[in-house]
Design a protein around this ligand. Sequence first.
Ligand code: ADP
Ligand code: ADP
Length: 226
Amino acid sequence: MSAFEAAGLTRSYQLEGVTVDALRGVDLTIGDGEFAAIVGPSGSGKSTLMHLLGCLDRPTSGVLRVGGVDVSTLDDTQLAELRNRMIGFVFQSFHLLARTSALDNVALPLVYRGVAKADRRKRARAALEAVGLAHRLDHRPSQMSGGEQQRVAIARALVGDPQVVLADEPTGNLDTRNGEEVMGLLERLNADQGVAIVLVTHEAEVANRARRQIHVRDGLIERDVA
Ligand code: ADP
Ligand code: ADP
C-alpha cells in the first residue's frame, strides 16, 4: 500500500480577493517505508503540500489518499483520527513544552488517545530509548542541547507508532554536527522500523541523504529523482 497517493492535487488560497494557486495539479505517490525529501524555492508550495499530506488541511480539488483512504470521504473528526493514527510530526523549532520533562513531552500524544498512564510512561521511555535518550527522561528542554531536543521531538512523533513521519526543516535550527546526528537517526528509524520519512529541507546535504528528492516549483513537481 502507499502512504500517500495524490492525483491532480490543487490547493488555492483566497487572499484579499486574489486567488493564489499554491499547488496546481500535483500527481505524487509515496510508498510505505520511503525516505523522501521535498525541496524547492521559497513560496513553491512545499508547506502547502506537507499540510495536505499531514491531513492538517484539505485539497481544493484533486484526490488525496492517505494510507489508502480518500480524505474527501472523511469528516473533520475522522480526518483527525486518520492523522493521529498515521502520522507523526517533527518541526524546525521542536515545539516541546518548556516546563515539562522529556518523558512527559513524549507521552503527551498518548494522553489525547486515552492511553493509561503506566502504559504512556512505558511507551514514552521506549521511544526515548530508541532515539538514544534513555539518560534524559527527566530533563526539561532547557537542560538539553538543540540536537537532543529534536531527538525528543522525534521520539514524540514516534510514540504513537505512525506509518509516516513528516518533518518540516528538521535540521534547520541545528548546527552541522547535530543536523547530521538527527539525519542519521531518521535514517536508522526508516531502515530498522520501516517508518516512512518525508522531510522538507533547504539544505542540499540533507536532501542528498534522502533516497528520493521531490523538486517542487510554482506549485508543481518539476523533478522527482530516486
Ligand atoms: P513554501 O513552503 O515552498 O515556501 P508555501 O506552501 O508556504 O510554499 O506557499 C505557496 C504559495 O501559497 C505562496 O505563494 C504563498 O504565499 C501562498 N500561501 C501559503 N499559505 C497561504 C495562506 N494561508 N493564505 C494565502 N496564501 C498562502
Ligand atoms: P518554524 O519555521 O517557525 O520553526 P515550524 O517548522 O516549527 O515553524 O512549524 C511549521 C508549521 O507547522 C507552522 O506553520 C506551524 O504553525 C505548524 N505547526 C506547528 N506545530 C503544529 C502542530 N502541533 N500541529 C499542526 N501544525 C503545527
